[in-house]
Design a protein around this ligand. Structure first.
Ligand SMILES: [Zn+2]
Length: 192
């Protein structure tokens, strides 16, 4: 059997999110690494359209997640988690989201597209003056810094170009000093 047949078989030939039978297609849940049976869901054109075009989202359509969030398939759980996250300001989706449990690996997959991450929840890196730092910015050190695990001292005034941000910690950035990639604490740098 092909993938479509496998998914039809798994779902009973209905949309795995809302139960509709209209225009069912395979939806590979991004970011697609493996795709296939475990990485895909069978969805109807209404669900697919709204997943891909957030501006067309009809909140009430997604009441269906009340049932489908309990799917035993990760691809379906990930889609449900993302839509509930997108809609959580409505109230009820937030309640459902709170009831959901995803294994760590599945949760990381769900979060991978950044869906539902409010601006306020995003980690924001700021320099000593409170200026927002972005990947690729250049900074200068505003004090001498000992480099962990080496005898090197990065001198005050050293320019660090093309920094990268630590996505888990707002206090850390990384950059090259004297050809060596080091971790730098944001409060000791100034954006240039
Ligand atoms: Zn659907």
């Amino acid at each position: 059997m092909g993938l479509l047949e496998d998914l039809q078989d798994r779902s009973g030939n209905v949309c795995e999110l809302c139960g509709s039978t209209d225009n069912l297609t395979i939806y590979e849940v991004p970011p697609v690494s493996t795709g296939g049976f475990d990485g895909s869901a069978l969805v109807c054109s209404t669900c697919k359209g709204q997943i891909e075009h957030p501006e067309t989202t009809d909140v009430n359509h997604w009441r269906c997640l009340n049932d489908s969030m309990w799917s035993e398939y990760d691809a379906v759980k990930v889609l449900a988690w993302r839509m509930l996250s997108r809609l959580k300001s409505e109230g009820w989706p937030k309640d459902l989201l709170d009831m959901m449990y995803l294994e760590q690996e599945t949760l990381e997959w769900a979060k991978a597209t950044g869906e539902g991450v409010a601006e306020a929840d995003k980690i924001i890196h700021r320099d000593a003056n409170g200026a927002i730092l972005e990947n690729g910015d250049s900074v200068v050190l505003i004090k001498d810094l000992k480099v962990k695990g080496s005898s090197m001292v990065a001198k005050q005034g050293t320019a660090v170009r093309r920094i990268s941000l630590d996505h888990e910690n707002a206090e850390y950035i990384e950059g090259k000093v004297d050809g060596q990639q080091i971790v730098i604490i944001t409060k000791y740098v100034k954006k240039v």
